[in-house]
Design a binder for this molecule. Sequence first.
Ligand code: MIG
Length: 824
Amino acid sequence: MRATTLLAMTAVATIAMPAAVRAQVTPRPDGAEARQGQAIVRVVALTDSILRVRIGRDGAMPEDASWAVDRATRARSVAVTPAADGFATKAVRVRFGADGGLRVEDLAGHVISADTGPVRFDGKAFTLAKAMPQGEHYFGMGDKTGGLDRRGKTFVDWNTDAFGFTGGEDPIYKSIPFFIGVGGEGGSYGLFLDNTWRTWFDFGHRDDRTLAFGGPDGPIDYYLIAGPTTADVVRRYTDLTGKAPLTPRWALGYQQSRYSYMSADELRAVAARLRQERVPTDVLWLDIDFQDRNRPFTVDKNAFPNLKGLIGDMKGQGFRVVTITDLHVAKAEGQGYAPYDSGTRTDEFVHRADGSTYVAPVWPGPSVFPDFTQAKTRVWWGDLFADQVRMGVAGAWNDMNEPAIFETPTKTMPDDVVHRIVSDDFGRRTATHAEIHNVYGMENTRATYDGLRRLAPDERAFVMTRASYAGGQRYSVTWTGDNLATWDHLKLSVQQIINLGLSGFSYGAADVGGFAGGPSADLLTRWFQIGAFYPVFRDHSAKGTPRAEPWVDGPEHLAIRRRFVEERYRLMPYLYALAEQNARTGDPILRPVFYDYPAAMRMSCDQSWTFTLGRSLLVAPSPSPEQPRDYDVCLPAGGWYDYWTGQRAGVPQQQAGPGQIQSATQATGVATVLGDRVTVTPRIDTLPVFVRAGTILPRQPLVQSTAEVPNGPLQLDVYPGEDCRGDLYADDGHSMAFTRGGFLRQAVTCRMTDNGMTIAFGARTGRFAPWWKQIRMVVHGWQGAGVVSAGRRAVAAQGDAAAGTLSFTLPDQRKAGDVTLARQ
Ligand code: MIG
């Protein structure tokens, strides 16, 4: 069916051209060029699986420069094998059709991506069109709304302050012109259009056989990234646009925010209550009201008379303080406001077309805007954080950087505002806002991030942004902006974070509870349960809305919320190892199920916001969370355990015999297990979480913040199954020492033997001495007693028949070695 459609489309594409005409292909050592009407298409193999496609409109290639892909990466290439109609790498074959149309196949001839015709121009605007096979689905594009799958929809990239955006609203805050096609005959592939203008993508909205995209101007410069797995694509996309740096560990803790905590006293009271209620917390946020008249880099001395002292006291209680710094600089002439004075002196602000400084109203009133596309302006901006760093501020929150402008229907700068580009490989030139708009926020975070790294070179920098562009993950984490306190937004938040993760932004957040509106008690509780599994877990709410701290709905709701925050803290070794894996590979922290389990694409349950945290944990909220009705969870093949009870959750159907197996689990209410399908009866105090069979899951004793040293052993839960492993990673959590050997990495694997199991601790790398002195092992799915030995030493073990576990304690396993378990 799918192949027929493709053949038909190819036929359509070629019928238009005289059949005998062949595209003229000019070979290159690293690719090939062909003529497409008036245009030249150049394809260069950066690697065997990453192709860069540039199209010269009138013979000349576009400027070889990028905000997203650095020079060294763009300069990579591999030698290719030429062919009459194109070339081949070790992974793909590139063929130009008679009309110069591009077709990329795997080496077995499966189509990965194929033009349906040549590039089309309309003045400066361009349109590219590719075949859209049935059964292919599309993901990525950052945190755009519209559900998980982009198929059938159309999107525009134009960073927009979208307060209270609805579930289908577009554009919103970020522009990441990158998508992944999943489910086509050539496997997953990615396409990144590196064009900062107001680009657009149509995933079959107009014509369900055509995926079209284009822009109003700017370079036609895109990358095709072959898989075949989705993970291959994401890793390669982050090879191109950069990995997110390892965050400080405290950024993985619970974070409490509000627009705004209005005074030092109020912040102290919130902090005290968090500790009193024993809700583990790492970060407190100060929103715009901590500043003097909303002016960036100032402090309201009445409300916060001693910010440095406050931050120090908070640190003493295990809290970090992150403060907001918007990019609009108050136009405060002759008032001793240093950012304005120094920026004016050295001409750091964006100009109008007539050369005067562009002034527009935002929070501080009339404001001016740093020209972040100049390297020297970024340095100037970064240096402004010196005071904050001195006061102990832990990180920066860059808001309003679309940029948002008040009192104008476009909500942003006029298109003809002039930016100066003096940066990277760009030729020195001016550019209109139409070109720079979508990268303005990212360059703002770049300036902030680089500044913090310069000011405190041995600390990891933490920046959170609202607007960004492809590659922004190198500088900041992000959140989804001004969402609403509705059930739809709770679900949407996970879909947004999944697509952010597939778009390089592995650290996604959404305001827990919803920014505007005020959540019901049940909604806020559910949001805590789900938010506890977000990569970044921050409760935040708008001025004038009901408070949304964990205790606001009374002790019963607080108890549920606390339990989920606590569970996140217990999982910190797992979460932190995922963060570190992300920094090396680009693998998202929070993933769609099909990331690690491609067959999940074909499962029949509603998986529209089921997600995994790493490959080992699967979180399955109700597809209609506001409804108390039963729902089905499909678990990928291979077997799963109920996270909360440790019991096997998916007995394969063939072993179950006729009829259904009833298995009552404490966590999910009554679960009916039929094959890999689990029927869940929702309860407000539970959230179904499953652990992949074949996992060794590290957890730690409960702490009230990551600053506290856990008291007790590291716990390793072993869930037997195929490819059984777990990863230990530890370091000091905040400094750059991990880049100099100050880390601990160790793999632990398990395999079933005839009469039990062998658990193998791999060799440890790195020099970091961890907090744990002992390891508590809990082996699940174990029947009866067991004899355990580590090396030649016998280890006392306790079997628990009811729980189906065997437990024992080992000294820290600094060296590689086997632990053997024998059934008795
Ligand atoms: O115009 O700083 O999205 O999180 O609390 C509103 C105040 C400005 C928008 C952000 C929101 C923040 C708020 N900001």
